[in-house]
Design a protein around this ligand. Structure first.
Ligand SMILES: Nc1ncnc2c1ncn2[C@@H]1O[C@H](COP(=O)(O)OP(=O)(O)O)[C@@H](O)[C@H]1O
Ligand SMILES: [Mg+2]
Length: 284
């Protein structure tokens, strides 16, 4: 029997994001920071990208987003609903970023502008892509803050970043990332700066939001325990290369490499530490 892929309702075919042979070098330095990375992200699914610090996780996400630093050369293929992103002009990438593809980074304090209210910043993230009046966008910002469960959003929308706790600031960043309803979310160490209880709350939130929006997610962390609770499949990286990859279940139950086993041994699972809500409890 011939296998065919059912087209998406709006005519899209195949995987949301398909990364093939992705390689990043710095020719002037003679360094190869990622080497032949391959994975796909389907709608509603999460890929966990795991590895120790310096293994090339952030370079992978920057290459996908077209945000590599000066001097980097990229090879391979990154296709988003069949459209090749590598070599796309900057203007096209700017239109995608923050709209169809959203990013969440580790450190919300350095990503938020201290001189503007959080509501203004969420509203501008919306207006950049969708236009409309400031007043309309303020309403969208309040709604986005409610969605990420920031209490008293109608009042908090006019507060400045320093008036929020670390966990609440990360919720603001998530609200900003989700305000245009992206279908792909790239989260680079989104919970690393948070203490373990807040980390669990943010993971629950992200997992709930993903369930309700059906977005695909690339979830990057150095912490294999974190990814065990959110990822459908996992790519383990070391020094720019894939050490192993597979379903989360396979990686946790039958880790093949010593490196993965060492990562597993190094990190206690979140639910060994705090009482996680049901959807995040692991099966190991
Ligand atoms: N601007 C740069 N120029 C050259 N090499 C870099 C640059 N930024 C990072 N690197 C190197 O790329 C490798 C991967 O880094 P990175 O992707 O940030 O790792 P991770 O996110 O897994 O901690 C590291 O060896 C790092 O030293
Ligand atoms: Mg990184």
């Amino acid at each position: 029997m011939k296998l065919t892929t059912a087209p998406e309702p709006d005519g899209r075919i195949g995987a949301m994001l398909s990364v093939e042979g992705l390689t990043v070098t710095f020719p002037a330095l003679g360094s190869r920071v990622i080497d032949d990375i391959n994975f796909t992200i389907e709608k509603g699914k999460t890929i966990g990208l795991v590895g120790e610090s310096g293994s090339g996780k952030s370079m992978t996400s920057l290459a996908i987003m077209g945000l590599l630093p000066e001097g980097a050369a990229v090879e391979g293929s990154v296709s988003y609903w069949g459209e090749q992103l590598l070599g796309n002009p900057d203007s096209a990438m700017r239109r995608l970023r923050g709209d169809r593809i959203a990013m969440i980074f580790q450190d919300p304090l350095s990503s938020l502008n201290p001189y503007f209210t959080v509501g203004f910043q969420i509203a501008e993230a919306y207006r950049t892509h969708r236009g409309g009046s400031r007043r309309q966008a303020r309403g969208v910002a309040v709604e986005a803050m409610r969605q990420v469960r920031i209490p008293d959003a109608e009042r908090r929308v006019d507060h400045y970043p320093h008036q929020f706790s670390g966990g609440m600031r990360q919720r603001v960043m998530i609200a900003m990332a989700l305000v245009c309803q992206p279908d792909l979310i790239i989260a680079d160490e989104p919970t690393t700066a948070l203490d373990v209880t807040v980390q669990a709350q943010i993971l629950t939130l992200m997992s709930d939001l993903q369930d309700s929006t059906g977005a695909g997610m690339l979830f990057i962390t150095h912490d294999l325990a974190v990814v065990s609770d959110v990822a459908d499949s996992i790519v383990v990286m070391q020094r720019g290369k894939t050490v192993e990859q597979g379903t989360a279940e396979a990686i946790f139950s039958w880790p093949e490499s010593d490196y993965t086993r060492a990562l597993l041994a190094a990190t206690p699972r979140l639910d060994d530490i705090v009482d996680l809500p049901e959807p995040l409890r692991g099966t190991r």
